[in-house]
Design a protein around this ligand. Structure first.
Ligand code: FAD
Ligand code: FES
Length: 244
């Protein structure tokens, strides 16, 4: 990891679905699947904190990110143009480690699809992708070269299975499941996979520093409180203690 913020030059910042943007930065970037960058797309103190965004791809030093506009920080980033620069720190976090071999299912909820692309791409054998969306699906075409099967659910029934993505998955048919998405989805998946297969989760948490210094991003694990930005964001589901 580089330990200070530096500039990335925007070469693409395009809305690929409603409120979902693909951002590509030029700047000799590196990173492993599951790691993330802290982004600051503004000068001044509002918003005060940078925002964590996962690596969706790294190729030839170019960093691809996929983000959903949620609040002020991501809104400001969405207004930036090609040629503008962003202040970035990373790659950060542990990433998905030792995930080669065996049958692997990737399970995403909404924008949680972002970090799974780089994992699918870097794996030696193909994977199955299970993706859930509220309504309009996005980013699925990017996975096609790296997957055997794509199964999609939408909550409003506009595409694929109507309902939750977890309803499509038979965990016992996989050696490993990897997931990123909203916490309720990942908690349901942890229940579903228990005693059937291994499950690795990329956890979300509000972050301040992104480098392990502020303890603002901790989650409860069987070892005690651990930092999503440092010990995570990827945890084995057996290690995480969920709160109802
Ligand atoms: C390791 C990590 C990787 C991430 N990767 C991605 C990614 O690839 N693409 C992407 O779109 N988003 C990702 N996120 C979430 C992203 O960081 C937040 O959506 C973003 O910080 C929101 O900033 P904002 O200023 O737009 O919204 P804010 O004004 O800060 O918040 C808007 C709303 O979103 C909620 N929110 C903000 N941050 C989080 C969070 N971390 N977890 C859950 N809810 C939150 C707030 O409670 C509020 O309701 C990631 C988060 C983490 C921790
Ligand atoms: S964000 Fe500061 S310790 Fe994780």
């Amino acid at each position: 990891m580089k330990d200070s913020y530096r500039d990335g030059i925007i070469i693409l910042n395009e809305e690929v679905a409603r409120g979902i943007f693909k951002l590509v930065l030029d700047g000799n970037f590196t990173g492993e699947p599951g790691q993330f960058y802290m982004l600051r797309g503004w000068n001044g103190l509002d918003p005060f904190l940078p925002r964590p965004i996962s690596i969706a791809d790294v190729e030839d030093g170019r960093l691809t990110l996929l983000y959903e506009v949620r609040g002020k920080g991501t809104h400001i980033i969405s207004r930036l143009s090609v040629g503008d620069s962003l202040s970035v720190l990373g790659p950060l976090g542990n990433g998905f480690e030792n995930l080669h071999g065996g049958r692997l299912a990737l399970v995403s909820g909404g924008i949680g699809i972002a970090p799974l692309l780089y994992l699918a791409k870097r794996r030696e054998s193909k994977v199955d992708l299970y993706s859930g969306f509220r309504s309009e699906p996005y980013f699925l075409d990017e996975f096609k070269p790296f997957v055997d099967e794509i199964r999609v659910s939408t909550e409003d029934g506009s595409f694929g299975h109507e309902g939750f993505v977890t309803e499509l998955l038979s965990p016992e048919t996989y050696d490993l499941v990897v997931s990123c998405g909203p916490m309720p989805m990942m908690e349901a998946l942890a229940d579903q996979c228990r005693d059937k297969t291994e499950l690795m989760l990329s956890m979300e948490s509000h972050m301040a520093c992104g480098i392990g210094a502020c303890l603002g991003c901790t989650v409860q694990t069987i070892r005690g409180m651990e930092r999503v930005c440092k010990e995570g964001p990827v945890f084995n589901s057996r290690e995480v203690i969920f709160h109802d």
